[in-house]
Every structure is written in structure tokens, then in C-alpha cells.
Design a protein around this ligand. Structure first.
Ligand SMILES: Nc1ncnc2c1ncn2[C@@H]1O[C@H](COP(=O)(O)OP(=O)(O)OP(=O)(O)O)[C@@H](O)[C@H]1O
Ligand SMILES: [Mg+2]
Length: 317
């Protein structure tokens, strides 16, 4: 496990991370998300023992030992946000170098190069690699040691869809093996796919810590059912609001925002009112909008209605 205990890091007078307390347990993946400059990399660097906390500490393993202790750091593997390797070495040489450094068994090199799937470029100088190839190589190196704690700083930023798929599989396997995984990402899909919990950092402070179930429930709350009906009885919206308080007409469409669980009652009510449903679509809550709410960028109670979906002038609502 890794435990951030009231971690504060100041650069000059400015706090990059302030009072961060967070535990990531074995078998768990936590996504650290937040805007640029919110302190994600600084937190991971403190976890990797690369920067000294101004206050508080980061403990690795159980019993916890400070991340500044080189012996304790053997328990972790860290993928920096910006990876760089000597240009003149080949991908295979880079992997072999780090394999020896981390004392990993010989077979691991071929295994991680297989994951990196460099399309035969393992024998080419790293200086000739594309951005995504360097990132694949960085991930391969990070996966070399069988470390119980993985700290991955934007592991997917440059990956193509195949690379993403391979990465997701890899993290799932590591999780099943009981590894402790903390990663940052601006790709919210990564977080949704991999994370058991979401830690949201804003200006160095932890502003929200949500489980995957909390996140799913919040997204469900922000879902919208859209219906086209054969007609528009005048009192329909009032009776519908008894089960779906935010129901509203938007042009020809009836929008029923709210969680999945509320939809059957709304449909029953429509049928009981004798209207015929001509079309029905459902949009689940959008992760990007929820993220904006979490980081304070939008109104918490606004449903995720698409632009222009408000009721038209003069519409009864
Ligand atoms: N070595 C440093 N010296 C001075 N300020 C720093 C240093 N490292 C980071 N900072 C500042 O700390 C704050 C947090 O930076 P950090 O790199 O942790 O953000 P981040 O959340 O990882 O951002 P991004 O999403 O862009 O990667 C920023 O204001 C940054 O300018
Ligand atoms: Mg960063």
C-alpha cells in the first residue's frame, strides 16, 4: 500500500500540494485526476521519493516506511510523466539496462517488450521513435520489476487504441495480482475503466474522493431519457414531475433527466396517460461534465442537457 499522510509540498512560498491524505490499498487502482498544475505529478514524485515533502509524509508498504528511504522504494515502480531515454540506445538495450538495474529475471525483458509491441522497432535507436513508441517503452520499463506499488503519471497520454487496450489489460492483471496502483490521467475514460476510486485534486487540495460506485451513481443521476410522443396532453408534464421532477419539453422532445431507476415509473405514467411513444433514446451522464462539477467548473445541480436542449420560447414546461 501507499499512504499519503497530510502531504504538503511548497515550491518557494507556493503550495503545489497541501495536506493530501490518501491511502491506496493492495489490489486497488486509484485515479488521481484534476486540472493542469493541480499537484498530481508533485504528489506522485513525493510518493516515488523524488522530492522531499515540506510537511507530512508518504509511507510505502506495511508497516509503512517513508518514501525517502531507498530500501522502501524497492517496493515501487514509477512511470514519470515525461519519459526520456538515451537517444542512441535501442529499445531492447534500454529494457535490458533497466532489467539489470532492477534485478528482474531475464525473461521479463522479452515479456515487457512484447507488451510494448514496438512493431519490430526494438532493435532501432530510441532517437528514431515516435512519441507513442517512447511512451510504450516507458511503460515496458515501468512493468519490469514485480513491484507491489505502481505509480504511473499519465501512462496513456500518447497511446493509440491498441496501446490503450494492452495497457488496460496489463493494469487489470496487476490489480488481480494484488498490486497497489496510483495513476494520473486526463483521459477520463482511463479513470472510468481502471479506477476503483477517484481522487480529485484542485490547486493542491483533495476536493473529492469517490468510489467507482459513487461515480456510476452520479453519472446515472445525470442521465437523460428523450422521448417523442404522438401528442402533447397539457397536464402531462405536471403529472410526470411527480416521478421525474426535472422533466421538461425541449421542442418536440420530452426530456426526462434523472437516474436509470426513475425511468420505468416515468414510462408507466406516460402509458397510463394514453400517449404513444414514437421514439425513445437514453443518454447517460457525461463524465466530462461531472468532472467539471467536481473541480468546481459548473453548477452542481444542472442536468447534463446538451446545448440548446432547453425549452423553446413559449413552450409549456
Ligand atoms: N520544481 C518545481 N519548481 C517550482 N514549481 C513547481 C515545480 N514542480 C511543480 N511546480 C508547480 O507545482 C504546481 C503543481 O504542478 P504538478 O506538476 O504537480 O501539476 P500536475 O497536476 O501534474 O499538472 P499536469 O496535469 O499539467 O501534469 C504547479 O503550479 C507547478 O508550476
Ligand atoms: Mg503532471
Amino acid at each position: 500500500m501507499i499512504a499519503f499522510a497530510s502531504l504538503t509540498k511548497r515550491f518557494g512560498g507556493r503550495a503545489a500540494v497541501e495536506g493530501l491524505s490518501l491511502e491506496v490499498l493492495p489490489g486497488e487502482a486509484v485515479a488521481l485526476i484534476g486540472p493542469n498544475g493541480s499537484g498530481k505529478t508533485t504528489s506522485l514524485k513525493a510518493g516515488a521519493g523524488l522530492i522531499r515533502p515540506s510537511a507530512g509524509m508518504v509511507l510505502l508498504g506495511r508497516p509503512g516506511r517513508p518514501a525517502s528511504d531507498p530500501e522502501a522504494r524497492r517496493a515501487l515502480s514509477y512511470l514519470p510523466q515525461r519519459v526520456s531515454f538515451p537517444d542512441s540506445l535501442t529499445g531492447s538495450e534500454v529494457v535490458e539496462f533497466y532489467r539489470r538495474l532492477r534485478d528482474a529475471p531475464a525473461g521479463r525483458a522479452a515479456e515487457v517488450l512484447g507488451f510494448a509491441s514496438l512493431n519490430g522497432a526494438g532493435g532501432r535507436a530510441v532517437g528514431t521513435y515516435s512519441g507513442g513508441m517512447v511512451q510504450r517503452l516507458g511503460l515496458a520499463v515501468a512493468m519490469l520489476p514485480d513491484a507491489p506499488i505502481l505509480l504511473l503519471d499519465e501512462p496513456t497520454a500518447a497511446l493509440d487504441p491498441d496501446g490503450l487496450c494492452a495497457f488496460y489489460g496489463l493494469v487489470q492483471r496487476r490489480k488481480q495480482q494484488g498490486k497497489t496502483i496510483l495513476f494520473t490521467s486526463h483521459q477520463l475514460g482511463d479513470a472510468e475503466r481502471l479506477a476503483d476510486r477517484f481522487a480529485v485534486l484542485v490547486e493542491g487540495r483533495l476536493v473529492a474522493l469517490l468510489s467507482a460506485a459513487d461515480m456510476a451513481a452520479r453519472l446515472s443521476d445525470r442521465g437523460v431519457m428523450r422521448l417523442r410522443l404522438d401528442r402533447r396532453p397539457p397536464d402531462l408534464i405536471d403529472s410526470l414531475r411527480a416521478v421525474a421532477p426535472r422533466a421538461v419539453w425541449a421542442g418536440d422532445e420530452l426530456l426526462v433527466p434523472g437516474p436509470t431507476a426513475a425511468r420505468p415509473a416515468a414510462l408507466d405514467l406516460l402509458r397510463a396517460a394514453g400517449v404513444v411513444i414514437r421514439a425513445l433514446t437514453v443518454e447517460e451522464g457525461r463524465l466530462d461534465l461531472l468532472y467539471r462539477e467536481l473541480v468546481g467548473g459548473s453548477r452542481p445541480d444542472a442536468p447534463d442537457l446538451p446545448e440548446g436542449a432547453g425549452p423553446p420560447p413559449g413552450a409549456r414546461s
